[in-house]
Each structure stands twice: as C-alpha cells, then as structure tokens.
Ligand binder design. Structure first.
Ligand code: C2E
Ligand code: MG
Ligand code: MG
Ligand code: MG
Length: 277
C-alpha cells in the first residue's frame, strides 16, 4: 500500500512535470505556424511628455493569440522564442509591422511620433542586424528618426561589438534606449560608452515610489544622472497621479503606464490622436 502510494505520487509528479514541459514545448513548436497564420499582432502603448502631456512616442508590444492557449503573455513566450531562435522571426515581424504602422499614422495626418521596438540580445547580436533594420525602414518609407530601438543591459556582455553596432545605428539616425534600466548588470561606465539617447526606468522602481524611500531615492538619482548626462529619461509603469507628480517634481521627461493608457490596438491610437477636423 505504502509502496503503491509512493508509486502513484511519483507518477502524479511526473505527469505534472510533463504537462508543464509540454505547454512550453507546444509553445516553442507553434511559434512558426502562429506567425504564418497571423496569430501575432502588435499593440502600442503611448509615451507621454510629462510637461506638455502630449504623446511623443509609442512602444510596440507583441501579442499572441494562440489557438488553444488563448492569449499568451510575451513574458512567457519571448524567453521560449529566445531559446529556440524564433525570436528572430518574431522580432522581424514586430519591427516591420511597427515601421509600417507608424508610417500609416503619419500618412493619416497624426503629428509624427516615434515607435519604440524591443530588441532581444539574440537579435542584436546578429551580424546582419543593421541590414534588417534598414530593410524595415526602406520598405515602410518610415524616416529613421521615428524609429527607436529598446535594448536591455543584457547586450552588454559583448561590449566592444555592441558599441560599434550602436554607433552604426546612430549614424543611420535611429534612436536608441536602454530598457529596464537598473535591473541588469549596469555599469556606469557603459553610459559613457554607449551612444544611447534614452534611459527607461524599469516599472519595478516606479511601482514603489510612494511606499519605499529607497526606490524613490533610486528613481530620483537615475533621473538626475540622466539629466546630467544629457540623456532623455522615461519612467515605465506609471499607474497613479502621485507617481506622476513625483516624477514631474524630479524632472523626469516622459512617462508610460496605465495612468495614461494601456497598450492599445493601432486603430485606437488613430482614434485618440488623429487631428480634430
Ligand atoms: P518591457 O519592454 O519592459 O515592456 C513594458 C511592459 O510593461 C509591457 O508588458 C507593458 O504592457 C507593461 N506595462 C506598461 N505600463 C504598465 C503599468 O502601468 N503597470 C504595469 N503593471 N505594467 C505596465 P508586456 O506587453 O506584457 O511585455 C512584457 C515584456 O515582454 C516587455 O517588457 C518586453 O521585455 C517583452 N516584449 C514585449 N514585446 C516584445 C517584442 O516585440 N520583442 C521583444 N524582444 N520583447 C518583447
Ligand atoms: Mg520595452
Ligand atoms: Mg521596459
Ligand atoms: Mg520591464
């Protein structure tokens, strides 16, 4: 009996493991098909100038409606796609879609703003990275100044190579930002070496501005540091008017978060920001 229970426990445990493994491998295996079947889309979250409260950009965020799993968070499938290499296909899709969409908004008469696209370390390290970006701009006819690439501190692993690539992208006229600033292997010397325009303060810090004096001090310090280095600084994950007031008082340039808008379908952006006739 004891032995039987033991055996059952082992079987149960194995089955659970199989179930979780199989969700992961099912996800991994269905990315290519999902791209072919148009299951992926891109939503856009406004980035707001804190002084004027006007839209200055949007961040492109990928969405996946899986036929059996429903909506899957990018927080779940992006790491899987990074492991399998399919991040290159997803990244290419998002980049092309975002460039085309931003040009379409400009053609529709919206005041031009930048579209920020998240670039994974694996995408960034491809030798033909700059060509892929050039192709997306050429095809869409979007001017490079209206494209921003969000890089994370994880690309720092190959610093010399990263710097020369970033220089290449900067020469093309593209904007560069460091995403999730403060959560990775930050080294202050990289801020001097990396030709970036913008620091994005991670929502992990923004979230606790009101409740944690240390997070408030960190956010304040990042803002002052960015300003002293002549960098643009944007806070992610702004949800409350109190957080916004703090950021404004400290001189943060821009904000992005649910307080203003959630990531939206492109039609909603058009509706919200189209010129009034
Ligand atoms: P991220 O680049 O830091 O994007 C910000 C995330 O915060 C987004 O989650 C956004 O929906 C969420 N967010 C925005 N405002 C608020 C707020 O006020 N409160 C809270 N709680 N959350 C807020 P999302 O869309 O689920 O994306 C998660 C992460 O997945 C992204 O973090 C990014 O690392 C990755 N990701 C998304 N799209 C892409 C993509 O096209 N390519 C790559 N490589 N990664 C992507
Ligand atoms: Mg981002
Ligand atoms: Mg971020
Ligand atoms: Mg983040």
């Amino acid at each position: 009996r004891v032995k039987e229970d033991g055996k059952n426990n082992v079987q149960f445990y194995t089955q659970e493991m199989n179930q979780s493994l199989s969700r992961k491998s099912k996800i991994a295996l269905s990315i290519r098909e999902g791209l072919e079947r148009d299951e992926f889309s891109v939503h856009y979250q406004p980035q707001i100038d804190i002084e004027t409260e006007r839209i200055v950009g949007v961040e492109a965020l990928v969405r996946w409606h899986h036929p059996t799993f429903g909506m899957i968070s990018p927080a779940e499938f992006i790491p899987i796609a990074e492991e399998s290499g399919m991040i290159l296909n997803i990244g290419d899709f998002v980049l092309r879609t975002a460039c085309h969409q931003n040009k379409a908004w400009q053609d529709a008469g919206l005041d031009p703003f930048r579209v920020a696209v998240n670039i994974s370390a694996k995408q960034f390290s491809k030798p033909n990275m700059a060509e892929i970006v050039t192709a997306a701009l050429t095809e869409s006819k979007l001017a490079p100044e209206y494209l921003e690439l969000e890089l994370t501190e994880s690309i720092i692993q190959e610093a010399a190579l990263a710097i020369s690539k970033m220089d290449q992208l900067k020469k093309m006229g593209i904007h560069l930002s460091i995403d999730d600033f403060g959560t990775g292997y930050s080294s202050l010397s990289y801020l001097k070496l990396f030709p970036v325009d913008t620091l994005k303060i991670d929502q992990y810090f923004t979230r606790n501005i009101q409740t944690d004096a240390k997070d408030a001090a960190l956010v304040d310090t990042i803002i002052q540091m960015a300003r002293n280095l002549d960098l643009n600084v944007i806070a992610e994950g702004v949800e409350t008017i109190e957080q916004l007031a703090f950021l404004k008082a400290k001189g943060c340039h821009q904000a992005q978060g649910y307080y203003f808008q959630k990531p939206l379908v492109p039609e909603k952006i058009t509706e919200l920001y189209a010129p009034v006739r």
